[in-house]
Design a protein around this ligand. Sequence first.
Ligand code: PMP
Length: 313
Amino acid sequence: MKCCEEENFSHGNLVPYGNIEMSPSAGILNYGQGLFEGLKAYRKEDGCDVLLFRPEQNAQRMKRGAERLCMPSPSVEQFVEAVKQTVLANKHWVPPPGKGSLYIRPLLFGSGPHLGVGPAPEYTFLIYVVPVGNYHKGLLNLVVEDKFHRATPGGTGGIKAVTNYSPVYKVVTQAKAKGFSDVLFLDALTGKNIEEVSACNIFIVKGNVISTPATHGTILPGITRKSIIEIALSFGYQVEERVIPVEDLLEADELFCTGTAVVVTPVTSVTCHNKRVEYKIGVEMVSQKIHVMLTGIQTGRIEDKMGWTVEVD
Ligand code: PMP
């Protein structure tokens, strides 16, 4: 099989959660040839139906990542069907409305043995699920990281490669030890522009303009980010995807982070070179309006005019 081909991933089966066996020389273990995705299933307000949020977007992102890492990938249809089947089999684990969601973790990795540096001869696509509460640890206080970077131009920052995450453990752990919630990374080329947080995208608000860093391959194109851009436009805001110099943080009215885990979470402060900037928090915030709309659609409370949700039945 040539790398990047769509393999037949349709012969999967449902098995109880447990350990998996792998060769010690598996591509994922030796060379990090692996991708993951993250999405959520919400129980509708009526308590019966379960909704997925834009699962085909995760499928497409996984396909793009597989192409970059020289792996075959499931088709969009196979991916979405596998997610649906897994959620259906675990429907009893989807928390009641308002109490959280079922987090869905698809993984695609080189599971076949290969000693030399190169694509593995076999691949595994698997999905596991876990019920999670609402993230709302509340608010984020970020620290700007000016020494370490999350991604470099031409690297894998724009895909959900498993190897993108452990390189940030050190700085995030150090930041948390100092009382920050997370780290805001700058671009590696100039060190002057904001990119994203370790596992979420960032937006800044100034008047009627909502800006977020343009992705350009070093920032993960978040599905929440994409959805929020569409919601903000529908609300009449001007949305800009652009280079955002770190100085723009000083002028911003409001900052918020977005992602499957954090959904839409306001940032209370950013610390850069020991200088701390604070942001207003309140019900009249732009992020609050967007949060209500996004979560309303995700849980079926607000009519899904965008056609984003998929029922699991
Ligand atoms: N950036 C990074 C680095 C992430 O890991 C995530 C979480 N997937 C996001 C942004 C947000 O992406 P999404 O909205 O698709 O969850």
